[in-house]
Design a protein around this ligand. Structure first.
Ligand SMILES: [Zn+2]
Length: 307
């Protein structure tokens, strides 16, 4: 398997071939209880008499509204009836490489949960901490539900950015398309639920909304990608398949990851300590650092849009 991918003529061919093997291990499991979105923070009252100019400015800035996130009903109204024209890993507007230049390399780790695995590769996390390598961690709602303490620990570490890997790990579809035999969401309303229930959980964990969403299996259609963007989330793909859905040997993980260049987004998994992912990433990351390569989170590489 590794040889086939390594010998593929181009990265894109590799990606498409690899993805079929790579992500099929992630399957949705039992539904996770939905969570109500937390109410938005409210300003605190200042001292009554004579506010200074800086107080006025601060209070004004406190009142700048958060960007409006459409409600479930509004998403349904806006996107119902849309027929998707694309289904796969790289829908239009999906982030597959970093936009900044010169850019670091982004390491992204998925934590799929459910039957996709609710463990944590502690040795991998320890390695990243020891070497000071930032990473974007895509947490699925089922994984968080199984590991609330670990989720809080990761959320508290400024080295890591938490991102949304879906509530139930469904492929993100507006018409029930499937990937690897896994049925996707069935309409704009279920797309909203798959995104926003876990969005609320992550917001509770970190104190701010995540900026990136990667569906279970990483499959989505172009309308679902638009819904992500409407919900102020960037749909995130990848350009380097680092671990083939936790199936690669450590040697293959090291070889694939070491091929990453500046601007690449590596996908691998943080929920399979028994796999070759951790040892392979340790070898590759050490080598890349020795070459002077820098790593970045997605959030640090992708500018926030003005609101
Ligand atoms: Zn996954």
């Amino acid at each position: 398997m590794g040889e086939v991918m390594l010998d593929s003529p181009g990265r894109r061919a590799f990606l498409m071939a690899g993805a079929a093997l790579a992500l099929s291990g992630c399957v949705p499991g039992s539904a996770m209880a939905g969570n109500a979105r937390p109410s938005s923070a409210t300003g605190t009252a200042g001292p009554a008499p004579g506010p200074s100019a800086s107080d006025v400015l601060r209070q004004h800035s406190d009142r700048v509204p958060e960007p409006a996130v459409p409600t479930r009903e509004r998403v349904i109204t806006r996107f119902s009836g849309r027929i998707p024209s694309y289904w796969g890993l790289e829908a239009p507007q999906v982030l597959t490489t970093l936009p900044t230049s010169p850019a670091g390399t982004a390491l992204t780790l998925d934590f799929c949960g459910g039957s996709g695995g609710s463990s944590i590769d502690s040795a991998l996390i320890d390695m990243l901490r020891r070497l000071g390598v930032p990473a974007t961690l895509f947490l699925n709602g089922r994984w968080i539900a199984a590991n609330p303490g670990l989720a809080r620990d990761l959320a508290a570490d400024p080295l890591f950015e938490l991102a949304n890997h879906g509530t139930n790990h469904y492929p993100l579809s507006v018409n029930g398309a499937s990937a690897y035999g896994i049925f996707g969401t069935e309409g704009p309303g279920s797309v909203y639920d798959e995104i926003m229930a876990n969005d609320a959980v992550l917001t509770d964990l970190t104190g701010e909304r995540p900026r990136f969403f990667r569906p279970g299996t990483a499959y989505l259609d172009n309308v679902a990608a638009e819904i992500c963007l409407a919900l102020d989330l960037i749909p995130a793909g990848f350009s380097i398949n680092g671990d083939g859905g936790s199936t690669y040997t450590a040697a293959s993980v090291a070889a694939e990851t070491a091929a990453a260049g500046p601007g690449d987004i590596i996908i691998a998994h943080g929920n399979h300590p028994e796999s070759g992912t951790g040892p392979g990433l340790a070898e590759a990351v050490t080598s890349l650092l020795a070459q002077g390569r820098t790593f970045t989170t997605l959030g640090n590489a992708v500018p926030k849009p003005p609101h």
